[in-house]
Ligand binder design. Sequence first.
Ligand code: MOS
Length: 733
Amino acid sequence: MEFNAPAGENLFDKAKIVGKSTPRIDGPLKTTGKAPYAYERHDVVAGQVYGYIVGAAIAKGRIVSMDTAAARKAPGVVGVISTLDHAKPLPPGMQNNAPLFGGAQVAHYHQAIACVIAETFEQARSAAALILTRYDRAPGAFDLARAAPDAPLAKGDGGKPDRATLGDFDKAFAAAPVKIDARYHTPDESHAMMEPFATIAAWEGEKLTVWTSNQMIAWAKKSLGTILGIAAENVRVDSPYVGGGFGGKLFIRADAVVAALAAKAVGRPVKIAMQRPLMINNATHRHATIQRVRIGAEQDGRITAIAHENWSGNLGGEDGENGTLQTPKLYAGANRLTANYIATLDLPEGNAMRAPGEASGHLALEVAMDELAEALGMDPIELRIRNEPETVPATPEMRFSSRNLVRCLREGADKFGWSRRSAEPGKMREGNWLIGMGVAAGYRGGPTATSGARVRLTGDGGMVVETDMTDIGTGTYTIIAQTAAETMGLPLEKVRVTLGDSAFPASAGSGGQWGAASSTAGVYAACLNLRRAIGQKLGFNGEDATFENGRIRTGAKSFALADAGTLSAEGEMTFGKFKSDYEVGTYAGHFCEVAVNVYTGETRVRRMLAVCDAGRILNPLSARSQVIGAMVMSVGAALMEDLAVDKRFGFFVNHDLAGYEVPVHADIPHQDVIFLDTTDAIVSPLKAKGVGELGICGPGAAVANAVYNATGIRVREYPLTLDKYLDKLPRYS
Ligand code: MOS
């Protein structure tokens, strides 16, 4: 069915199950070890052998020779495959540009160049060390700051140069009585998800099955077909549980391709979990950015000119990290400029990482707003409220579907105790700790995409939902069960949800925070078809009947759902063109309090609050987990995460979890999340939007602004490690 007009009043407005805090239905499986991850699918196919991937030891160049003889003779080895088995690189999968395997050319460090297959993991690993590879190393570009000045504009919509203007920025900026002009740097970052890339691959004749860990099953199926040169119908992808992805698993990675090739070569199922030290350089990462923000305002705080320019780099000069994405949407201002430049770098491929674009963009724009507030002598919340637009600032003919950013900021200020903040920085002190508070606004789109499902009555009063939708730790199982239970009038425990199998109807998948809104709408569409089918079978109009407590009431008649026996229906929600008349976004007010040790410079986050406006919240419990997880990631971005680039040899040096620092429990204090009680009828029949990426858009800037408020030292280069401000802290004798 097509969602082709704003949702009217419907059953979700009187929901008993949707919208209620509900513990994850897959929680007991996860906590008892019964939810198997890809590498643990020991029972799906017999005779599994282990693959161990070898990564290239150069960043750019050519493999001259590879001697695999010793590896082939090593104990337990059943085969070795080499990139030189292929004359040229296998074609890339969807939305990727780095080659995953094949050919003598090396495009980036730790590109997969061989795989040893053995009876045990240890044998494969040991033999892999015996492979001798000779390279012809070529010079490469690894330094964004050096490449940025000559970088061309990236390709934007329709391949046009990614630069947009409104009014006359230069003139208005020159005339503005108060202005700021600042540059910010964000480093390369890694998804660093707990579950590594992992795949078990098995062939049956021409048919390939991969049990893998992936966010987008339909993309994975299609991509494996393209990469391996086989018909996509011959590929089955199964990924029921995913231990984190954050965008790194939107795509097919080398583990799946190499496992498939290796399984073909040795005639046995092959399992590969990419070793942690290979993951960061082998796969994708969030690109570093350099961002320049200029804002001009009247004395009363009204913005008259705003420009946001962004530079990032990528392999092959393909799309980068576009930090300007939120800027056309957030604040009023008649004269505007955004521009996004992309340099060609030979580092590993940059690609989507949680809230790509905005997560980095807020780290610049929302600190620039703090700097402007200070220049104006204005409260930073008041500055934002003063610049709240009526319609989309950069495209004024476009309306917001709904927007409650001002409420987020006001209610957050109240709840957080913002009035206790000292407007003058460096003035609040507790013992050896300087205390500061910071605020930032948050914006992230609320997109939807076509999503399908199959629903089946099992004949005993229960039902099953089948869709290739994934649960990447987000709570998808539960919100889908809630949606089906609500629509079919069943208690939650009567609904079984099966996900992640390409044999099921294709869903929107998990990405871009579109998963929750889209997949539940698809399940709703399937359930409506099931209600019609039940009506046909039992002789009533399924659309008008009441489904409640496992029973169906229609006129004077009443049935048990079990009376319908076993019945199955498929459905798909598509989203109509009417939506493109609206800007559908999600909004947040983010607050943070930090303490900075006046002697050591150590920064401790003390409190965090997010107030979110994201339409109907389908499950406040799992939505809260999404937001606090994203806030943790924001603390990482603000204070810790930093892939160190070796600019001579072109790789990320700290490529494991020992060297790549992320927040741990001891770094994170109590976090509060408040969801505004709003709905958005433009989004979907459930009037719900995603929230998992909204949570990483803004909190990092709130941390940085809090550090400034504590210390009076503005650091514009992330992460804010103490070496960048220690020598500027006040001296006390
Ligand atoms: Mo998200 S970066 O689209 O998984």
